[in-house]
Design a protein around this ligand. Structure first.
Ligand code: FES
Ligand code: FES
Length: 172
């Protein structure tokens, strides 16, 4: 039975309460109830990666993840990375490298790249390709996407250097 129950979701650092059946796909709740439209509906089968969000930092296909699985975990969507005026370095890099044509795959590419760079700040091209191999891009911007992830690694390294200099300056 698909009985609606109150569910509490932790999304992008905020607590949200929704009424839904516990087996509702997380993607539906994010898009329809919370108006978080960064994650896209592509295949709905866990195959394309357009719906990717981070669950406790791990890239997860929200179309085949039930609300029940996400309870008590930190959900991060594209909206949780940066804003229009303060982009996350991964978002900035995708713009700089013009890694979009239609843009439909980019949510999944960016979220997967973010999780990779959190684990491995200097990934090789092989690692980037392997990590993104299950995210489909029908427009064929793969070369630009790989360059964007490399550029994001540079931006994150520069950001870390600046923050460390500011920290050291504050202690002097
Ligand atoms: S929409 Fe979720 S993997 Fe395609
Ligand atoms: S840019 Fe269109 S699907 Fe990737």
């Amino acid at each position: 039975m698909n009985r609606q129950t109150p569910l509490t979701l932790n999304v992008n650092g905020a607590t949200h309460r929704v009424a839904a059946a516990a087996d509702t796909p997380l993607l539906y709740l994010l898009r329809n109830d919370l108006a978080l439209n960064g994650p896209k509906f592509g295949c709905g089968l866990g195959e394309c990666g357009a719906c990717t969000v981070l669950l406790d930092g791990v890239p997860t296909r929200a179309c085949v993840t039930t609300a029940k699985v996400a309870l008590g975990r930190e959900i991060t969507t594209l909206e949780g990375l940066g804003t229009r005026t303060a982009l996350h370095p991964v978002q900035q890099a995708f713009i700089e490298e013009q890694a979009a044509q239609c843009g439909y795959c980019l949510n999944g590419m960016i979220m997967t790249a973010k999780a990779l760079l959190d684990r491995d700040p200097h990934p090789s091209v092989d690692t980037i390709c392997r990590e993104l191999s299950r995210n489909l891009c029908r427009c064929g911007t793969h070369v630009e996407i790989v360059r964007a992830v490399q550029r994001a690694a540079e931006l994150l390294a520069a950001q870390a250097t600046t923050q460390s200099a500011v920290h050291e300056g504050g202690r002097a």
